[in-house]
Every structure is written in structure tokens, then in C-alpha cells.
Design a protein around this ligand. Structure first.
Ligand SMILES: [Cu+2]
Length: 184
């Protein structure tokens, strides 16, 4: 009896039912998209004139000092980064998913002998970047430094969640070269 009613309802309201189904599918796709967007929410490149605070960071083999950062939501921070280690290190502001995606690019830089343990072959980097853009390691959210090199990033922590700062030189992320970012 109940089944018959349901079936009749479906037959009579076929178009309505299809509309509801389409709505469910579209809603699902949109929620999936916003889920994906959330995973990219790491803030953006900041302007020097908006800097609220400067934080000095030192990179060692294989950790950062400080080991974590307390940052207010919306704050623009200038990171002054020094590599005091004996190896090349990266200071990359991203999230776990992005780091994972970046690591094969870094591995490819090692394979192409652009990225060596304690140096970066910048001439080779330029040449290779003409063929494969990712070999140029040009990212607004990252600095890659040789021992004794200094670099800086101005970053605006707006619309940022699950941010982690890490080094994607092969093996370094795996041994824990990650600094936690506590967003408040
Ligand atoms: Cu490193």
C-alpha cells in the first residue's frame, strides 16, 4: 500500500522528483567545491605597509626556531628567515595537502641536480624553469635558502585555516621540519 502510494507520487511528480534529485546533486558538488576551497585557505601575500609584526625565524638541520607561531587572524606578518643550518631549507607557508603536492616538485629538483644538499644551482634552475616552470621554485608563499642565506616573506593571515609552515626539501618534512601555526 505504502509502496504503491510512493510509486504513484513519483509517477505524478516525475519532473518535481528530477528537480529535487538535480538539486541534491548540485548541492553535493558545491559543498565539495567549498571543501576544496577551504583546503586552500592559507592567507595571501601581504603588503609591506600593512605589516603588524616582524618575526625572526632561524632554520636549522632540520627544525625551525621558533618551533611554532601564535598568529591573530587577519594579521600581516613579516617573516625574516635565516638559514643557520648546513643544508638547504625551505620556509613554506601552506597546509598539509599543499606540502604533499609540492614535495614531488622538490624531488624533481633534486633529480635534475638543481637542488643539492647544501647549494642551489641557480643557473641550472633558470635554464630548467624555461622548460618546466615548477623547476624555478617561484612561489609567493615560500623561500628556499642555502646555508647562511637570508630571505623574507610578508604574509597576510586572512581566511587562513590549518596553516603549517614546513620544509619540503626531500626528507625534511618526513623528519618533522614543520612549525605549527596557531591562528587565533
Ligand atoms: Cu629543510
Amino acid at each position: 500500500m505504502g509502496q504503491k502510494i510512493t510509486l504513484n507520487f513519483f509517477k505524478r511528480n516525475y519532473h518535481e522528483c528530477m528537480k529535487i534529485l538535480a538539486f541534491i546533486i548540485i548541492s553535493f558538488l558545491f559543498s565539495f567545491k567549498s571543501y576544496a576551497d577551504k583546503n586552500m585557505m592559507i592567507g595571501s601575500l601581504g603588503k609591506v605597509k600593512d605589516v603588524n609584526r616582524t618575526i625572526k625565524v632561524v632554520m636549522y638541520d632540520n627544525y625551525y626556531e621558533p618551533t611554532s607561531f601564535d598568529i591573530k587572524s587577519g594579521e600581516t606578518v613579516k617573516f625574516e628567515v635565516t638559514n643557520a643550518g648546513e643544508l638547504v631549507h625551505e620556509f613554506n607557508i601552506a597546509n598539509a595537502m599543499m606540502h604533499k603536492k609540492h614535495q614531488p616538485e622538490m624531488e624533481k629538483m633534486v633529480e635534475n641536480e638543481i637542488l643539492l644538499a647544501d647549494t642551489i644551482d641557480k643557473d641550472k634552475m633558470k635554464k630548467m624553469a624555461k622548460i618546466d616552470k615548477s623547476m624555478g621554485h617561484s612561489h609567493s608563499n615560500s623561500v628556499l635558502l642555502e646555508p647562511n642565506e637570508k630571505g623574507e616573506i610578508v604574509w597576510k593571515f586572512e581566511n587562513a585555516i590549518n596553516v603549517e609552515i614546513a620544509c619540503n626539501v626531500p626528507g625534511h618534512y618526513q623528519v618533522g621540519m614543520i612549525a605549527k601555526v596557531n591562528l587565533k
